[in-house]
Design a protein around this ligand. Sequence first.
Ligand SMILES: Cc1ncc(COP(=O)(O)O)c(C=O)c1O
Length: 422
Amino acid sequence: MSTTNRDFPISARAERATVQPIGELMAKGAEKDIISLAAGLVDEETLPARQIAALFADFIRERGPKVLQYGVNEGLHSLRRKVLDRLASSDGPSARDVPLSRVMLSTGSQQMLYILTEIMVDPGDIVITAAPTYFVYLGTLQLAGARIVGIPADEDGMSIDALESAIDGIVKAGDGPRLKLVYVTTYFDNPSGVSLSVERRRQLLRVVQSSGAVHPLVIEDAAYRELSFGDADTPSIWSFDDHGANVAHLGTFSKPFSPGLRTGFAVLPRAIAEKASILKCSHDFGSANLTQHLIDYCIERGLYDSNVEVLRKTYAAKCALMCQCLERDMRGLALWRAPGGGLYVWVDMPGFNTGPSGDLFANCASEGVIYVPGQFSYPDPAAGPKSKMRLCFGPATASDIERGIGRLARAARRTPPSGGAR
Ligand SMILES: Cc1ncc(COP(=O)(O)O)c(C=O)c1O
């Protein structure tokens, strides 16, 4: 006799888990003859496979069998030290004084997002995000049963006025104690490509610190920090958090080096670090030791930094090409802003419905191109705009970008304007 999931008395938490629409998109993108401008993957040509093959034997010989042993729950000491040293060069020397006990490595930064949510959020608790925001994290929040409040964003990122009035509203409704997290991607956001301006970074922290009625943890997701096309870096929100009490700063080695190594890092307020360490122990008592050692070794050998330089040039060129193609093929049909880094161009097609069950999406699929419908990135898709899409130039070749945008334009020209969005 077969048993279906329905027959098991599964948890309320598992009941809240729904299939993420992006999974279907990824499967579609893998179909033959489809050009995927949807998948948020990195450029495969620049993954350091050849370089790692060349040093791997030396790496194993020098580090010894211990790299194949279990590692430390919080992560490899020398790599955590390097995280602080690198933060010191971007955010100021005081980063070096942060105790190592507040630095943790995780299985991608996604695991740390999950753990922090587990620490902070009970069902019904409130989490503030930008609208739009990183849609995988929206799934994590949904699983936790969070009430998500989306704050509009413009070319400087999340609106601080809107943040302030949302917090006011939450406090007036008596829900201050339930506001647990403010999640913000500070550099070259996924999906919008914008960075939170330095002024707003300061203001955001001030708003969170100055309201005695709420004490949310600010999660600063800096996943794309190193993928800047220009030379200037900007100080993180974390660098303004003088007492290290309000901000969890998350980064990753995925985007600037290799997502296959699945290693992220976080610098956390002390009390959060203590809990994160306990929870991490239940998750896996330490992320893969081998890959942490390998990243550590690649940083020491200079391979990591030289690779970042290559990536920045590669992505800058791909982004410029995508914007040129949009200019050539989509002028009059779409609006977009060239990002200063990251992997994404956020496109608005006024008058079109970009949703997964709309005509444009179907026509794009039949022309052989797919994108991420913008509505997936809004906490409340029904209330968000219907005319946005995320295009990723990460894994696409130059020819894919040229042909993909051409296909998108052909699909748009044969799509009747949708009543709703215009
Ligand atoms: C904004 C943002 N944060 C976090 C992640 C998670 O990355 P990883 O788990 O590979 O570090 C991603 C991945 O796409 C992302 O776009």
